[in-house]
Design a protein around this ligand. Structure first.
Ligand code: EPZ
Length: 422
């Protein structure tokens, strides 16, 4: 297992290109199952999760060609031969459940392994299943798989209200509804930019969707969808992560492709902490004024609130802030595993249930630490960039799931960072 070695090197400045969004691409790829015409994605990120989704779609019989060094994914599912998503792939990546809605909508049946939990929580899929049942799916859970059938061979439009916001369940239901017979209204739907991007792609394929970006989605089912070419939206979590580099180290970084629309609540917290964020015609320019940032409180919420996927990274910044910050994690039940690792670097963090209280220190100290999940891994790298001495982050396979070419992008800003091949 590779590790990454980081050595604090003072202020960092430069330009960082932001890639296409992992969490948009992981729902756009299964959309190929909705049509027998080609679906091509451009601006795709080069990540191991994308390779896993590619493997899953190919196991179902879809063609997925990765072109232009992975930036383009040319897909076609005119000859799906297998309707079973196996546990050995699904267990590696929860987003695999997103093939269920499209397969059910297009073919009337599907067998998908239940994803199982992951490091940050149990992450059940009950809302995915309840939304599909509302559209006339019969679901039989046995031997760890969901055996799904559309009553009468085709899903029916329905009105369904999510008891709480779920990104994945909204995506599964939205894709399923595009081919259902009649009108579907999804209430308390997720509003994330990745949902907006999915709706735009589906509309290019001929779907009739209204309301994306709001809490109510209205979909008029159609009999078939065509092909399309669609650019993957910029990754707001990668964007927020790199915005924290000048915040935690000092310096000035321009994140190409970044917009305030993608990171509004996050940018507001950064500015409250004393970091300046400016929209340029190329992206977002971020610089820390003088001295340490100020402590700020953070509560994670569904979009447009502060994203849970930036909580770990923000905690790294607040470990060096002047004062005490309170971080509340409201989305996942176990998303503070980066805290004990940051404490090995001298951070002062007190965790009680879903609340972490961080008392800022002048400087963190480099140390060997372990990545526990995707966003925790990059939080430790951020801490290492600002710490005195050397930090070695182990188990960086977590990092490679969601961040492409991290060493290259950070080295371009003057960081001392290298990968130690195991
Ligand atoms: C998506 O996960 C993202 N993943 C996550 O990013 C992100 O943290 C999350 O949305 C919240 O924004 C992808 O898009 C591939 P949810 P998802 O359904 O869809 C519970 C990353 O780091 N829940 O909005 O799984 C669930 O356990 C990843 O890139 C149910 O109880 O998130 C969680 O506590 C991590 N039943 C909460 O709801 C369900 O049926 C929100 O989950 C579904 C979810």
């Amino acid at each position: 297992m590779d590790s990454i070695l980081v050595r604090g090197n003072g202020a960092l400045s430069g330009v960082i290109p932001i890639a296409g969004a992992k969490n948009a691409c992981l729902t756009l790829m299964p959309a190929t199952l909705l049509s027998d015409e080609p679906l091509t994605l451009t601006n795709a990120p080069r990540l191991s999760d994308i390779a896993t989704m590619t493997q899953l779609l190919q196991s179902l019989g879809a063609e997925v060609a990765s072109l232009q060094d992975g930036l383009v994914l040319a897909m076609s599912s005119h000859s799906i031969s297998n309707f079973k998503a196996d546990y050995d792939i699904v267990r590696k990546m929860r987003a695999s459940i997103l093939v269920l809605g499209p397969m059910l909508a297009r073919y009337g049946h599907a067998v998908v392994s239940l994803p199982g939990g992951c490091a940050i929580g149990a992450r059940p899929v009950d809302l995915h299943l309840r939304a599909l049942e509302a559209m006339g799916a019969t679901l039989d859970l046995r031997d760890g798989y969901v055996h799904a059938k559309a009553a009468g061979g085709r899903l029916k439009g329905a009105v369904f209200e999510f008891p709480f916001v779920s990104v994945g369940a909204t995506e599964n239901a939205l894709m399923a509804a595009t081919l259902a017979k009649g009108t579907t209204i999804l209430k308390n739907a997720a509003r994330e930019p990745e949902i907006v991007d999915l709706a735009r792609c589906l509309r290019r394929m001929g779907a009739q969707i209204d309301g994306e970006g709001t809490s109510t989605l209205t979909i008029e089912g159609v009999d078939r969808l065509g092909g399309a070419t669609h650019p993957v939206v910029t990754d707001r979590i990668e964007l927020g992560t790199y915005m924290l580099v000048p915040a935690i180290c000092g310096g000035e970084v321009e994140c190409l492709g970044g917009t305030l629309e993608l990171v509004g609540a996050f940018a507001e917290r950064l500015e409250a902490a004393g970091v300046s964020v400016t929209q340029t015609n190329r992206g977002l320019k971020v610089s820390r004024k003088n001295g340490r940032v100020r402590a700020v409180d953070v509560t994670t919420e569904p979009f447009p609130g502060f994203p849970t996927d930036l909580q770990a990274q923000m905690m790294a910044l607040l470990c060096t802030a002047e004062g005490t910050s309170v971080l509340e994690e409201k989305i996942f039940e176990n998303r503070f595993m980066h805290a004990p690792e940051l404490m090995r670097m001298g951070a002062k963090i007190d965790v009680h249930g879903g609340t972490a209280t961080v008392t800022g220190v002048e400087k963190l100290k480099g140390a060997p630490v372990m990545a526990t999940d995707l966003r925790a891994s990059v939080s430790l790298i951020l801490a290492g960039l600002a710490a005195e001495g050397e930090t070695v982050v182990s188990r960086v396979y977590h990092l490679d799931r969601g961040y492409e070419r991290v060493e290259e992008k950070l080295r371009a800003c003057g960081a001392h960072i290298e990968r130690i091949r195991a």
